[in-house]
Design a protein. Structure first.
Length: 143
């Protein structure tokens, strides 16, 4: 079966952008809103800043991961293989980058806030393969 490399790269970049942004926004939201006492909703400016940083940094990392996976994953692999590998790689890299870039907020947040952040990250870790399977319908572009 002949592989169309452009389609594979495009699918990998789309999946990488979506998953990289998603995995970056989870710890980022917990870290940035931890020291702030919020009673109802996140303030609009903070919400926009969280999304902007998530799309720029997390999406950029995800696009690079998707580009590499699009080059290296052969078309003969079953559908879902590339998206699951992008999902796991994006989770580890984007979560580590989010904690590294926003480490100053960890000291400002209470113990409960840090515990909630760790619990969210652990729960999402257990769901990474399922999230990758859910996004695998984008991989149909490759076929």
């Amino acid at each position: 079966m002949k592989q169309n490399l452009f389609r594979s790269i495009l699918a990998g970049m789309i999946i990488g952008f979506l998953l990289g942004s998603f995995y970056y926004v989870i710890p980022l939201r917990c870290l940035l809103t931890g020291p702030i006492k919020i009673t109802t909703f996140i303030p609009h400016d903070l919400y926009i800043a969280i999304l902007k940083q998530s799309f720029q940094i997390g999406g950029g990392i995800g696009v690079i991961i998707g580009l590499i996976s699009g080059f290296t994953t052969p078309i003969t692999m079953p559908r879902g293989h590339m998206s699951q590998s992008i999902s796991v790689k994006s989770f580890f890299i984007c979560t580590a980058v989010a904690f590294f870039l926003n480490a100053s907020h960890i000291l400002e947040t209470s113990f409960k806030g840090n515990a909630v952040t760790i619990i969210f990250v652990v729960v999402v870790f257990f769901l990474t393969l399922y999230i990758g399977r859910a996004v695998s319908l984008i991989e149909k572009i490759r076929e």
